[in-house]
Design a protein around this ligand. Structure first.
Ligand code: GLY
Ligand code: MN
Ligand code: MN
Length: 440
């Protein structure tokens, strides 16, 4: 299995600590276990920031980073080994495993955190944490601070500054390393195979969930524990619902099906959308819309390179889509005016993409100092223009209604421009039709 090597986690912790102010401490909790119903839990997914700094896959753990601490800069609180619990729930690293296998300098039982952590915080000037994103943890943090404050008369020094960790950490996460790109390429490869399999299986009379099953099969066979987000399998008019999740309608002859799905490998997402005809052959109207979306995506790729800013790709898609809709008679008027008045938003109401990484909509600022961010090598993003003609749109001829097309690929910025990570699934009309014909 392709995964992030341990040395990379060490490198990340060091890089973060190098950016922290002198005499500071960073504290991050693991994700909580989420209950699905009664005593059934959701599949556990580690918090992305926690995973990024530790690779530690268990709940009930807290990372503490203390740059410059003599007895070790990286302390991990975690569950202790427990033969009874491990018999029921699976193995735990325990404090020994935290040191041996996960590079902690020091490890303590999570049950001792209230006794130990105030002593680690005491004397540090600044605390970095993900303030505001975990109310329960924020409350704990204040309790630990209050323990120190209550001992001020004994000379204890509580920290005076609380700093959001996000800014430093999320900027680091925005730039993907060689190891991260390897994992992201693997997630993309598996997701491409899943889309190809779903295309090959597509038949009128099946349900949307039948195609979702084909996706899941490839995801799991490829080693993915789960999809990176809820798969969207949207046939016919459902393709016009941007975050459709029901996935239970019947696939009809003559309809398109839009699939937006990607798997997660070692906590890295892929995010692919393809749209194809259920019966393997585009109708003239479907093809006309599809070709505009595809051309707009190509125009966007040309705007992804170092020194281009974040919004240039989006602007390129708006230009091509608006001009295309005018040409087909779906919009009327001057292209520049239709863009200025945002008339295109009746058909193209979302943005052309987002950062991609451990979170499908990944962290990282899109603007810096009020200006669109300039792209740099190693940034990963999606390019996903679409046209959605509402089934209820009375302003267009009936033949267009209910057509929804999105095409989405994952790219990383390179010195020359960008590398497309998800090229392994066809998207030209002729290529999709050929692949589907061969599977019939
Ligand atoms: N799958 C969610 C998105 O494309 O942004
Ligand atoms: Mn996306
Ligand atoms: Mn998507």
């Amino acid at each position: 299995m392709i995964h992030i090597p341990r040395a990379e986690y060490t490198r990340r912790r060091k890089a973060l600590m190098a950016q922290m102010e002198p005499n500071s401490i960073a504290i991050l909790p693991a994700a909580a276990v989420a209950i699905r119903n009664r005593d059934v839990e959701h599949v556990y997914r580690q918090d992305s920031d926690f995973q990024y700094l530790s690779g530690f896959p268990e709940p009930q753990a807290v990372i503490v980073l203390m740059p410059g601490r003599q007895h070790g800069e990286y302390v991990l609180f975690c569950r202790e080994r427990n033969a009874e619990r491990e018999l029921w729930d699976g193995l735990r690293a325990g404090t020994e495993g935290a040191i041996r296998d996960f590079g902690a300098d020091d490890a303590f039982p999570i049950t001792d955190i209230d006794d130990i952590l105030p002593g680690l915080i005491e004397g540090r000037d600044r605390v970095y944490s993900a303030m505001g994103s975990n109310a329960e943890f924020d409350r704990h943090l204040m309790e630990w601070i209050n323990v120190i404050r209550s001992k001020a008369h004994l000379g204890a020094q509580p920290p005076n500054e609380f700093v959001a960790l996000d800014h430093l950490l999320h900027d680091m996460r925005l730039y993907k390393s060689a190891a991260e790109l390897k994992v992201m390429r693997e997630a993309a490869r598996i997701s491409c195979a899943a889309h190809v399999r779903a295309m090959q299986a597509s038949r009128a009379g099946l349900h949307e969930f039948s195609l979702e099953a084909e996706l899941d099969y490839e995801f799991r066979k490829g080693g993915a524990k789960m999809p990176a987000y809820g798969s969207i399998v949207a046939a016919g008019r459902n393709s016009c619902i941007l975050h459709y999740q029901q996935n239970d309608a019947v696939l009809k002859d003559g309809d398109l099906v839009l699939i937006d799905a990607g798997c997660e490998i070692d906590c890295y997402a892929s995010d692919i959308t393809r749209t194809w005809p259920v019966n393997g052959k585009f109708s003239p109207e479907q093809k006309a819309i599809y070709e505009i979306v595809l051309a707009s995506q190509e125009a966007a790729f040309a705007q992804i390179a170092p020194d281009k800013h974040w919004n240039q790709a989006h602007e390129a898609t708006v230009q091509v889509i608006t001009a295309g809709l005018v040409k087909l008679g779906l919009l009327h008027g001057d292209v520049d005016e239709l863009i200025a008045s945002e008339a295109y938003k009746a058909f193209y109401m979302h943005r052309a993409g987002h950062w991609l990484g451990m979170d499908v909509h990944d962290v990282g600022e899109y603007k810096v100092g009020g200006e669109w961010r300039v792209l740099e090598v190693g940034m990963a993003l999606t390019v996903e223009p679409g046209i959605y003609i509402s089934p209820d749109n009375q302003n267009v001829a009936k033949k267009w209604r209910g057509i929804g097309v999105r095409i989405e690929d994952d790219v990383v910025v390179t010195k020359q421009g960008c590398e497309i990570l998800t090229g392994g699934v066809p998207k030209a009309v002729a290529d999709i039709e050929a692949l589907m014909a061969a599977a019939r």
